[in-house]
Write a protein that binds this ligand. Structure first.
Ligand code: FAD
Length: 552
């Protein structure tokens, strides 16, 4: 495929194949734009396939599909945004390159004379003279800031993508920007199963470009600050983006550095953690390799995301040792900073049966404070009978360490945070406590629900409905009951499906005779292992609100 240069920063070409992307990266392009709808002709690779291949080469990707004769101002604005945000030269493609050149021409009308634009296109072999009239209209039209959107979503994780998709499902004409510096999106709930060898890690990762809703603009930058009085967010490059309504979903930060020695030994020396894409496979490797010895599992103080995940890793490892016949030779200890095995008492009896079956030693009030990987020593603190903090060491052959977690730094020091550092929202409407046009969801908010993707699945449509209400001058509705869910994988093939709302009130999706969440069941395993991943990728991230539509 020949790349045709219009300017040093912009080239076009016909349909790219996955193989062309290595050449595009080597030629110095940083961003690929597809201006072609999927399925125009037989054998055409889908934009998502090209997006995936682009990510493998470290290239950004945007899909702005148009048909000739039907290029809307919104398409031109999106093209302008992507060109403005690109880190370097951009390569855009369609069937022949003409539509890509047209969009570039229209997006450039505000900054260059029409004669220059038409000349550059002509030199590359594209006669765009038919656009002359529109170029001059576009040039003289009052300019909206390319950086102003009806809705700005900060964070393209579970909550951000689901909320944007739900908004655009309801109102496709909205201008929506999603700001996220990450090139990849992860299905984190899958990491527990990666750690037990049930999923491959690759099944939990997709290019960010492939999950951004079609009509949303992805700004591939980090947000560094919020200026809610000015309706603006600040980006790492010093620029700002303004909004009608802000939706913040930047997640929670894993503070590995808070435990001296942990970072440098993670993924080696028998030290692992399912909370990271790169180390979850090591949990399975260790569990398979260990044939007796001492295995430690730790859980920090709350709040953490998926509070059940530290013990899920433990039960599944024990199940592997049970099957291998080495469980009796393995001393398993669970060190929890808190005082209870699980925050909602109804689920504890079923979990205790597994603690006893696997012979696990429970150590409440025991906090991991240092790790010496090469020597295989973990240091903990706990309070003695006099209330004095004592340090003690445990040797280990395997350590599954979960670090403390906190709100992202740029959130903590922003006006959106409360004293805990998390975003202060009304627990029922998810609207900010002080800024009427700001909503937030997911792990970064200060509510007491379980920080889970299941919670964001419920929150996203509520935030969408309430954000639209505020855009229309109406009051948001108190729709969120604190629902969250934690599928506790007690063995390979069985799950205790904890589902509860604010105050630990049980909130089962199914009647007890269909699925009793307080007992281990195969049905709940089937739900987690076979049904929830497609529901996530094809339902939640696409704005399909199965069982969670607030209008229901
Ligand atoms: P995330 O999905 O983490 O997304 C945050 C996004 O914000 C990221 O894309 C990030 O790049 C972006 N971001 C960060 N900083 C910035 C910035 N400065 N500017 C712009 N963007 C930024 N949940 C369940 O429901 N069930 C489970 O079984 C389950 N198991 C889990 C097991 C493990 C091991 C882990 C780690 C999590 C598990 N979860 C589970 C929890 C679930 O994955 C999270 O609660 C969910 O992903 C939270 O969504 P979020 O959108 O708030 O944050």
């Amino acid at each position: 495929m020949t790349f045709k240069t219009l300017t040093t920063e912009f080239s076009v070409c016909g349909q790219l194949t996955e193989d062309d992307l290595a050449r595009a990266a080597a030629a110095g392009f940083t961003t690929i734009i597809c201006n072609r709808p999927d399925g125009e002709e037989a054998g055409q690779p889908d934009a998502s396939a090209i997006a995936a291949a682009a990510a493998q080469h470290g290239l950004g990707f945007a899909h702005i599909p148009v048909t000739t004769g039907n290029i809307a101002d919104a398409d031109v604005a999106r093209m302008g945004d992507v060109l403005a945000d690109a880190n370097g030269p951009v390569l855009a493609y369609c069937r022949s390159g003409t539509r890509a050149a047209m969009l570039w021409a229209l997006a450039s009308a505000g900054s260059r004379p029409a004669a220059d634009i038409l000349g550059a296109a002509s030199a590359a072999g594209y006669d765009l003279a038919g656009l002359r009239a529109r170029l001059s209209v576009q040039r003289s039209a009052p300019k909206h800031s390319a950086r102003c959107f009806d809705i700005v979503v900060v964070g393209g994780g579970s909550g951000g993508i689901a909320a944007a998709a739900s908004l655009l499902k309801r109102r496709p004409s909205l201008s929506v920007a999603i700001i996220d510096p990450a090139l990849e999106h992860f299905y984190q709930p899958g990491w527990t199963l990666v750690g037990a060898g049930v999923f491959r890690s690759e099944e939990t990762r997709r290019p960010m470009a492939s999950v951004i809703p079609d009509r949303a603009t992805w700004i591939n930058r980090a947000v560094t600050g919020f200026a809610p009085e000015a309706n603006e967010v600040q980006l790492e490059d010093g620029s700002t983006v303004s909004y009608g309504v802000l939706i913040a979903a930047p997640g929670i930060v894993l503070d590995f550095e808070a435990i001296p020695g942990l970072s440098k030994t993670l993924g080696r020396n028998g030290v692992t953690c399912n909370y990271r894409f790169d180390t979850a496979p090591y949990t399975y490797e260790l569990a398979r390799r260990l044939r007796g010895g001492r295995a430690l599992f730790t859980q920090p103080a709350m709040p953490i995301k998926c509070a059940g995940a530290p013990q899920k890793a433990m039960y599944l490892s024990c199940d592997i040792w049970r099957e291998a016949g080495t469980l009796a030779d393995t001393e398993v200890e669970f060190h929890l900073a808190g005082a209870a095995l699980f925050g909602v008492a109804d689920y504890v009896p079923a979990l205790m049966e597994y603690v006893q079956r696997y012979g696990i030693g429970l150590n409440f009030g025991s906090t991991l404070v240092a790790v010496d990987g090469p020597r295989g020593i973990a240091t903990f603190t706990r309070n003695d009978a006099d209330g004095q903090t004592v340090r003690y060491e445990r040797e280990f052959d395997m350590l599954h360490a979960v670090p403390p977690q906190r709100a992202p730094e740029f959130v903590r020091r922003s006006p959106l945070a409360d004293a805990s550092g998390f975003i202060e929202v009304d627990p029922a409407t998810l609207r900010h406590a002080r800024y009427a046009n700001v909503f937030a969801l997911g792990d970064a908010i200060n509510t007491t629900n379980a920080k889970t993707a299941a919670a964001t699945r419920k929150q996203a449509p509520i935030v969408a409905v309430n954000a639209l209400a505020v855009l229309e001058g109406r009051e948001p509705a108190p729709l969120y009951d604190g629902y969250g869910s934690c599928p506790l994988t007690v063995e390979r093939g069985k799950i205790v499906l904890a589902e509860f709302g604010y105050g630990g009130k049980l909130a089962p999706t199914f009647p007890k005779w269909v699925l009793d969440g307080t007992r281990p069941t195969r049905k709940a395993w089937l739900l987690k292992a076979a049904m929830l991943p497609p529901i996530y990728w094809h339902g939640m991230l696409k704005g399909r609100e199965w069982l969670v539509s607030p209008e229901m």
